[in-house]
Design a protein around this ligand. Structure first.
Ligand code: NAD
Ligand code: 6OD
Length: 492
């Protein structure tokens, strides 16, 4: 496919505050993970700009946005979806440039979901009805009870780099649909689609101050200044569990509502009665999609012993066959996001080797040629032989890698799946319907896929247990988080 130009090539990305694009006082480079070359400068917000963004959001709540009919708000959100679709190629080029992700992934998942998030939450919010009912007390008084949803106020949205537009819009869309005003901070690694989103939001006619965007890093930087800002009413965050823990401390000071979608160390349980080819293809997808950089990716594969050797051999063969390279050339595996992430993943490969892993595929960095030699590539990796106590089996690596281990009973498989500090997602592969329900119901995770992976319906609850998060978003769960109901009890 012809390379569509990166929309900010050679320029400087700006913050979006109170309806205006403004430069920050300092700059940092936005690097292309495919080559390591600079794509553009990003101008970072300083503390005063974070204040201005929060002030603008507060003011917007008191202006047209606060008075707007729900139907009109939802109409504007549909215009945002249309705006993303109208600039589809720009969004794809920006997402691919920032992340190096496979072009097919950006075209089929990231950008369509960015638009779908706005459409879906506009429709859900417009159709929302809260129950009302009549009450009669023991002493004979009667009342009608109804509830009205109010926005939370100013919502801080902090998002990561792996699915930048998808994950930012997953929070921005329902928060706007519920009438909030937003200050959003994308990952410093992926500022581009967030900036395009600000352009689209402005063009859609959403009033100034309703959506503000600040650029910069997290700790001791705009992220931290935003989540600790006293005039922010709620925080919604997607990222690492350790960052969630830090942000929770900031939220605790103001007893603020939080919604956290955090890390995972997700298992796949593959029973001997599965459809082998489907389980294999599904596991290849769940381990290697987006170079393993989806929080839902499988990093622990447990295979019932009768098919263990065959499955490992087939998975390793598929891993070795994955094409690695430039996303615009159609490669299935791109680089990881940064030099730091590459070093982290390679560090886990070395650690796994020290812990006794046997590598069936990968385990190192592939030799890349020409401009790609400066990119952040790691090899798709399949390993076996580690004890369940190994750090490479217990800690989230967030790269194109899995460890495969055998199991001998349903009980043992469930035990392995649940023996984790995380609880985000799991996949179960079996043809036995009773077993599928029995096993899925015992797995400690926010979502369990049976005979599939990453099949999404935006109405379902999405989130994690244990270190993987707090709360649920999706459908009514998002509407419930991004609004506060007031119960009104009218005696008659
Ligand atoms: P990260 O936690 O390093 O950064 C996420 C965001 O938080 C960035 O915008 C960053 O600048 C900001 N940040 C960092 N420190 C901060 C602080 N002290 N205060 C405020 N903001 C701060 O995560 P990442 O490396 O960008 O993303 C990868 C991680 O995200 C993985 O652990 C992955 O599993 C997780 N993730 C989870 C989900 C989910 O839905 N559960 C989805 C995607 C990614
Ligand atoms: O599909 C979603 O709604 C979602 N939040 C996916 C998260 C993927 C994590 O990287």
């Amino acid at each position: 496919m012809n390379r569509h130009p990166y929309p900010f090539a050679g320029g400087a990305l700006r913050n979006f505050i109170d309806g205006r694009f403004v430069e920050g006082p300092t700059r940092f480079p936005n690097l292309d993970p495919v080559t390591g070359a600079k794509l553009a400068d990003v101008t970072a917000a300083d503390r005063a700009m974070v204040d201005q963004a929060v002030t603008a959001a507060r003011a917007a709540l008191k202006g047209d946005w606060g008075r707007m009919a729900q139907a009109e708000r939802c109409r504007l959100l549909v215009r945002v979806a249309e705006g993303i679709e109208a600039r589809f190629d720009d969004f794809v080029a920006a997402e691919v440039a920032d992340t190096g992700k496979p072009l097919a992934h950006a075209r089929a998942v990231d950008i369509p979901r960015g638009a779908a998030n706005f459409r879906s939450f506009a429709a859900l919010a417009e159709a929302r009805a809260m129950p009302s009912f009549q009450t009669r007390t023991a002493d004979g008084r009667t009342a009608i009870n109804y509830s009205i949803p109010r926005p939370l106020g100013v919502v801080a949205v902090i998002s990561p780099w792996n699915l930048p537009l998808l994950l930012m819009s997953w929070k921005v869309a329902p928060a706007l649909a519920c009438g909030n005003a937003i200050v959003a901070k994308p990952s410093e690694e992926t500022p581009s689609t967030a900036t395009l989103l600000a352009e689209v939001i402005e063009a859609a006619g959403i009033p100034p101050g309703v959506f503000n965007l600040i650029h910069g890093a997290g700790a001791n930087a705009p992220g931290e200044w935003l989540v600790s800002h006293p005039d922010v009413d709620a925080i919604t965050f997607t990222g690492e569990s350790s960052t969630g823990s830090t942000i929770m401390r900031a939220a605790a000071a103001g007893v603020k509502p939080i919604s956290f979608e955090l890390g995972g160390k997700n298992p796949a349980l593959i029973f001997a009665d599965c459809d082998f080819e489907a389980a294999l293809a599904g596991t290849v997808r769940s381990v290697f999609s987006n170079c393993g950089q989806v929080c839902l990716c499988t990093e622990r594969v447990y295979v019932e012993r009768p098919i263990f050797d065959r499955f490992v051999a087939a998975l390793a063969e598929k891993a070795r066959a994955l094409s690695i390279g430039d996303p615009w050339s159609g490669a299935a595996i791109g680089p990881v996001i940064s030099a730091q992430q590459r070093d982290k993943v390679l560090g886990y490969y070395r650690l796994a080797a020290e812990e006794g892993a046997h590598f069936h595929a990968g385990g190192d960095a592939p030799a890349m040629e020409g401009a790609l030699a400066g990119g952040y590539f790691v090899a798709p990796t399949v390993m076996t032989g580690l004890p369940e106590t190994a750090r490479a089996v217990r800690e989230e690596i967030f790269g194109p890698v899995c460890h495969v281990a055998p199991f001998d009973s349903e009980e043992q498989a469930i035990g392995y799946a649940n023996d984790s500090a995380y609880g985000l997602a799991a996949a179960v592969w079996t043809r036995d319907v009773s077993r599928a329900h029995r096993v899925a119901g015992q797995i400690e995770a926010g979502i369990v896929w049976v005979n599939d992976w990453f099949l999404r319906d935006l109405r379902t609850p999405f989130g994690g247990v244990k270190l993987s998060g707090i709360g649920r978003e999706g459908g009514e769960h998002s509407l419930n988080f991004y609004s506060e109901p007031t119960n009104i009890c009218v005696s008659f």
